[in-house]
Design a protein around this ligand. Sequence first.
Ligand SMILES: Cc1cc2nc3c(=O)[nH]c(=O)nc-3n(C[C@H](O)[C@H](O)[C@H](O)COP(=O)(O)O)c2cc1C
Ligand SMILES: Nc1ncnc2c1ncn2[C@@H]1O[C@H](COP(=O)(O)OP(=O)(O)O)[C@@H](O)[C@H]1O
Length: 308
Amino acid sequence: MQVHRDLHHLPDFRNAVITIGTFDGVHSGHQYILQQLQEAAEACNGETVIITFDPHPREVLAPHDKNVRLLTTLDEKIRLLEQRGIHHLVVVPFTKAFSELSARAYLEDFLIRTFRPHTIIIGYDHRFGHNREGGLELLEAEQQQFGFQLLEIPPQVVHDLTVSSTKIRQSLQNGAVQLANELLGYPYFLNGTVVHGDKMGRQLGFPTANIHLNDGRKLIPAQGVYAVTVETGGRRFKGALNIGTRPTFNGAELRIEVYILDFNEEIYGENIRVSFLDYIRSDKKFDSVDALVLQMKDDVEKARVIAG
Ligand SMILES: Cc1cc2nc3c(=O)[nH]c(=O)nc-3n(C[C@H](O)[C@H](O)[C@H](O)COP(=O)(O)O)c2cc1C
Ligand SMILES: Nc1ncnc2c1ncn2[C@@H]1O[C@H](COP(=O)(O)OP(=O)(O)O)[C@@H](O)[C@H]1O
């Protein structure tokens, strides 16, 4: 897949079959649209082109709303779309000026002139241009003049997609990992680097790699203990992960830390990815460190079985 970030240096697409969207999560609900895109491209010997925006339009239009919680960062999205065989991803820098283009300018000067689309695939309720003034009706009106085909994604599909995205977010925030993973079509993951903690883990007999997320906008699942797989240094391990404030030690800030099974290496500064397999329990304040350690032993054995 080719990723284009500069609108002034785009290739001449061959029979571009385009769609526009954020595709956050690239989840199994998105699969229908990707399939439509690929089928339409095959039919006209064309190329599949996804147009997405970065930053997320909400971040530009409502900068005070810090509640953007992404299922996938742009880099993660790129990987996932690549795996699904999309030809081109065009990342449009979303600016205030871009958001103020009239619907007609958006359509004619941006979509048509830039992509010369053979086919546009779009949700029945898709809005574009300043104040969302443009929609399917404008596309239909211009279709003849500019000679593109229009494929409408029906209401039921759009509805299912929204429900699915919401369900994935809610499930992760409630610790319902299995349901989230089912809807995603892959295990939810976090990418980060290993940073220093309070050096207590080793004393407890459970060194835990503290994870600093690469992107602070990622959705962090519910606090608690999870069975995960861990990828670092090109290798994969099983892990028991805790998201919490460490109430036993009267901690305050939220930490994400993982004990890697059958592992004993220093990995400070390394990239790490954890993929969530299942929720084990909520995190608790223990009366003694011994009680916490006993519980952690049990967590680790559970994680070993789950990560099988
Ligand atoms: C599998 C697992 C479960 C944990 N469960 C809890 C818990 O229920 N309550 C708690 O206070 N801390 C819990 N912790 C966090 C430990 O207290 C933490 O790993 C320890 O304080 C080490 O911190 P450090 O890496 O900063 O040295 C858990 C950690 C792991 C890896
Ligand atoms: N099995 C393991 N799981 C996680 N980290 C490990 C493991 N073995 C060694 N380490 C190393 O030990 C560090 C964690 O030890 P810990 O005493 O908890 O220190 P910190 O408080 O800095 O996280 C990790 O960052 C990693 O470099």
